[in-house]
Ligand binder design. Structure first.
Ligand SMILES: NC(=O)c1ccc[n+]([C@@H]2O[C@H](COP(=O)([O-])OP(=O)(O)OC[C@H]3O[C@@H](n4cnc5c(N)ncnc54)[C@H](OP(=O)(O)O)[C@@H]3O)[C@@H](O)[C@H]2O)c1
Length: 327
């Protein structure tokens, strides 16, 4: 099944017409949504994973994707995966691999796409890139380097810079606090606008870009779905789960301690993530606009159906997801 309909009054999704997109990170949060949206709009998807046996890969295979084994640290496997495709969707994960490897992996995908002569390369970067130089926010600095590389080697690219995902707030730690204690506890400052984006909208915009190459070619777009105060976010979640949820802000000294404990204990890898995370959140909080700067009005012209905060909150089975954590 595929659909070629307009987003209501926005752009048409175009039509894949059986052309193939290589989707990296296809088992991950963004890549999976991208793959699903592309399949829904008539594209063939070549979904790359290091482990085709994992459930997310099997789901994509059942939806018609061609699942291929590839490792971004193995250039040959990426060059092989890119052969014969129309387009490439590229995403890397700083948090798994760190600064140097993220850059190396991003360049490998770009080189493979160039060698394959792809017609459209869509890179998932991150909000804030280009506006935080010199602040030691290394997970954004790495993406700035990859962005420059794409442009320099002459790829026909589109760059999306997603801001904070709504879905960050349904990870186990948030779910337990929200559902059990009625507290949305976050370092993000309240009382001013903050932008977030849904993973689904990331998928929609990538599908729109591949379906409307001329419109999106060489565009660099920060991606957000909505903006609101954290207090409003907490209140909406409370209304959805039928219990009051209050917003509580993690203090800056505690944030500093936690991020630096993570760094010191090296719980998530052998590279620096504590200080850059702290630096990013401090930048978000000190900025009058929460740091992110997506032009949501312009994005709504492309797709009027981007996910409003209240609609996203209503789409989540908060209590069901919370209960599932104990199973
Ligand atoms: N959290 C936010 O609010 C936010 C906002 C904007 C941008 N970002 C950026 O988003 C990126 C992460 O994206 P995500 O959340 O979609 O990732 P994710 O859910 O963690 O998934 C990572 C994907 O990368 C694949 N992968 C990892 N190492 C690989 C390797 N060596 N070779 C091939 N594939 C590999 C994994 O595939 P397999 O395991 O199947 O191989 C998986 O599909 C980060 O760079 C982050 O900075 C995050």
């Amino acid at each position: 099944m595929h659909s070629n309909q307009n987003t209501s009054n926005g752009l048409s999704f175009g039509h894949g017409d059986g052309r193939t997109i290589l989707v990296t990170g296809a088992t991950g949060r963004q890549g999976h949504e991208v793959a699903r949206k592309l399949l829904a709009h008539g594209w063939k998807v070549r979904a790359m994973t290091r482990d085709p046996a994992q459930p997310a890969a099997k789901t994509l295979a059942s939806l018609g994707a061609e699942v291929v084994c590839g490792d971004l640290d193995n250039a040959d496997s990426v060059f092989t995966a890119a052969k014969g495709v129309y387009g490439v969707y590229s995403v890397q994960n700083y948090w798994m691999h760190g600064f140097d490897k993220e850059i190396q992996q991003g360049k490998t995908v770009a080189d493979a796409a160039l060698a394959a002569g792809v017609e459209h390369f869509v890179y998932s970067s991150a909000g804030g890139v280009g506006r935080v130089d010199g602040m030691n926010i290394t997970h954004l600095d790495s993406k700035a380097i990859i962005e420059r590389y794409l442009a320099n080697i002459g790829l026909p690219y589109t760059i999306f810079r997603p801001v904070t995902f709504y879905e960050n707030f349904i990870t186990p730690r948030f779910l337990r606090r929200i559902v059990d204690k009625g507290v949305l506890y976050t370092p993000i400052v309240g009382g001013k606008d903050f932008q977030m984006v849904s993973l689904s909208d990331v998928g929609v915009f990538v599908a729109l870009a591949f379906g409307n190459r001329d419109e999106f070619l060489y565009k660099v777009m920060e991606l957000a779905s909505d903006f609101f105060h954290m207090e409003e976010f907490a209140k909406s979640i409370g209304e959805e789960i039928n219990r009051p949820v209050v917003y509580r802000r993690m203090s800056t000294p505690l944030l500093w301690m936690i991020t630096h404990f993570v760094e010191w204990s090296r719980t998530t890898g052998h590279f620096g993530i504590g200080q850059p995370t702290y630096n990013q959140l401090r930048w978000n909080n000190q900025s009058a606009t929460g740091g992110w700067a997506a032009d949501i009005g312009a994005l709504r012209c492309y797709n009027p159906e981007i996910t409003r905060m209240k609609d996203w909150v209503a789409s989540v089975d908060w209590r069901g997801m919370r209960d599932a954590l104990e199973k």
